[in-house]
Design a protein around this ligand. Sequence first.
Ligand SMILES: Nc1ncnc2c1ncn2[C@@H]1O[C@H](COP(=O)(O)OP(=O)(O)OP(=O)(O)O)[C@@H](O)[C@H]1O
Length: 254
Amino acid sequence: MGLTIDDLTVRLGKRKVLDGVSAELRSGRVTALLGPNGAGKSSLLRAILALIPADGGCATLDGTDITELDPRIRARRLGYLPQSAELAWNIPARSVVELGRAPHRSPFSGMTAADHDAVELAMALTDTTTFADRLTGELSGGERARVLLARVLAGEPDWLLADEPLSSLDPAHQVDMLERLHGFAQGGRGVIVVLHDLGHAARIADDVLLLKEGRLLAAGAAETVLQPELLEQAYGIGFERVGSSLIPRGRHAQ
Ligand SMILES: Nc1ncnc2c1ncn2[C@@H]1O[C@H](COP(=O)(O)OP(=O)(O)OP(=O)(O)O)[C@@H](O)[C@H]1O
């Protein structure tokens, strides 16, 4: 059981952006999704979430094809933090976080005590309580990113799929975000996170999926995938170990 990707193939326009990707993802662990620009990382998250159709294969959650789940159940079980921190509405931050409870509420019903508790907890975890009443248009990019994380956490999903969640955060909030994701997984839920920084991946990931040109180049425990030879194949540059870090050597390094 868990989240299984089975021979998933996706075309966007004329491009095959995912080509026969298969993997078993486990709850209680952080899976980092790595690979160069254009490798298909965002497409893989979006295909798992049934936001883009598969041309072949499928993703299943506890044995059920995710595309066959009722959309409300799907939204409850799979939380998505997309790459862009844009927000369509200029509303108070707390109202954005409250939207994360939508899959738990019936239309036109008010917020229950449980809804309020989940919102307050999510805001506390993301350090957003202090600007809960400010309009999102008045927040910095990093503050907006944290509000969006709070919105996903408020939905109490079983799985969190986060696409480059660190990109607009300062170092302190990057560390906070990594700890939040780690804590989320330690609570028994599943995390799939797209990362570019290999140091962050080494710090947080239990497992790694390494994509290149829409194909899975390697998958497994982080220490087995985060190896200079595999990373070189994926990114086309050399890597060397310095202490516990993997440092890029450049395209023409010997
Ligand atoms: N709507 C689209 N139509 C056609 N091709 C697309 C579309 N969206 C993405 N692609 C292509 O699909 C491939 C995979 O894109 P994707 O965004 O999944 O990669 P990524 O690994 O997340 O990249 P990055 O690290 O740059 O965010 C790229 O070659 C991209 O140009």
